[in-house]
Design a protein around this ligand. Structure first.
Ligand SMILES: NC(=O)c1ccc[n+]([C@@H]2O[C@H](COP(=O)([O-])OP(=O)(O)OC[C@H]3O[C@@H](n4cnc5c(N)ncnc54)[C@H](OP(=O)(O)O)[C@@H]3O)[C@@H](O)[C@H]2O)c1
Length: 327
């Protein structure tokens, strides 16, 4: 499909008060998209709206909770009332809660699904009648590498992201030929505020599984999908395509590394008491695209990629050599 000009299109971006959602709104705005940004924190949304308007981007901010049906409908209604149309829905809002599966409060599991899975579905159902009436539209879901992979301490989050990708794939098929596209961006670890407001059962501050990328990597991938709808993309190599490839080639390796070291990899040596974080109520901490932990430096990512590629290449050559010798 040819790249679409986004100028004058209208997008709803959920989860826009922080992280990938915020940066996505900025990138879409730069491309000429008119925005309706939403999340629970009013002041954060207003800050984003002012920033965008100062850059000449048309933007309305409509606060709401993705678990409240009336809020979701209100966001879509206000967007339609203001702009007369919606072209793109960016489903981004999500939460995670850190803890071993049997130690996570049951309410954390259900709430994670209510936000991450049903939140995406509620928004999709709210825009679909409008999209169907126009015979066009785009549901663009911010997914995760954990929509395909897995990690200890994040059972609820990972399960929710697997569910959301499964739902999106079904929807894509149901909408075939209607003019309505579904896209997914499988985001790697990105240095957002998610880790500064996620609940943790472990008494230590959480951090992303390395390597960690700039949130702009995810925002630019969303922008690319907005221009070329209907794709499921993995925007990075080391923390993305290579990881999935190794995992399908040697699943025991990933299980061994993440099983032994995955929990430790996700904790900083900084005590923190945060049993609920932003799960049930929004918190003041963590506004804007960047969180407290910086992205992994580029040179470290390049060295790790080269090392891993050499290791995989060596293993493949070794196995091929053994197979030839055995013949
Ligand atoms: N950070 C990563 O490493 C990473 C990796 C892979 C995928 N992702 C995906 O990227 C997306 C954004 O994550 P992020 O890292 O940008 O996280 P973030 O900085 O914590 O942003 C999450 C956003 O969701 C909103 N939100 C949370 N609960 C909500 C609710 N009940 N109703 C409405 N909005 C709610 C938050 O705003 P309020 O609190 O103001 O409501 C915030 O704007 C998510 O889909 C996540 O799964 C992130």
């Amino acid at each position: 499909m040819a790249s679409q000009d986004l100028k004058g299109k209208v997008a709803i971006v959920t989860g826009a008060s922080s992280g990938v959602g915020w940066q996505t709104a900025v990138r879409l705005g730069e491309a000429g998209v008119k925005l309706c940004v939403t999340a629970r924190r009013v002041e954060a949304l207003e800050k984003l709206r002012h920033q965008l308007e100062a850059q000449g981007v048309e933007c309305i901010a409509v606060p709401g909770d993705v678990t409240v049906q009336a809020d979701v409908e209100q966001v879509v209604r206000e967007c339609l009332a203001h702009y007369g149309q919606v072209d793109i829905l960016v489903n981004d809002a999500a939460v995670q809660s850190y803890g071993f599966f049997d130690e996570l409060p049951w309410e954390h599991l259900t709430r994670t699904f209510d936000i991450n899975v049903f939140g995406f579905m509620r928004f999709a159902r709210a825009v679909l009648p409008h999209f169907k009436a126009r015979g066009s539209g785009h549901i663009l879901n911010v997914q995760s590498m954990l929509s395909r992979g897995s990690a200890p301490l994040l059972a609820a989050y990972s399960a929710s992201k697997h569910a959301t990708l499964g739902w999106a794939k079904c929807l894509e098929m149901e909408l075939e030929g209607t003019g309505i596209a579904v896209s997914n961006v499988l985001v790697p670890s990105v240095a957002t505020n998610m880790f500064s407001h996620a609940p943790t059962m472990l008494g230590l501050a959480p951090k992303p599984v390395p390597p960690t990328y700039d949130p702009d990597v995810a925002a630019r991938a969303v922008l690319k999908c907005a221009r070329r709808p209907g794709k499921t993309v993995i925007p990075v190599f080391l923390g993305g395509r290579l990881l999935l490839w190794i995992n399908s080639l040697a699943p025991a390796l990933g299980k061994l590394i993440m099983g032994r070291f995955g929990a430790r990899m996700q904790m900083r040596d900084e005590p923190v008491v945060r049993p609920e974080g932003n799960l049930f109520r929004p918190v003041a901490e963590g506004v804007g695209p960047y969180g407290p932990v910086p992205p992994t430096p580029r040179w470290v990512r390049f060295s790790a990629t080269a090392g891993l590629a050499a290791l995989v290449g060596g293993v493949v050559l070794g196995v091929a050599g053994l197979a030839r010798a055995a013949r």
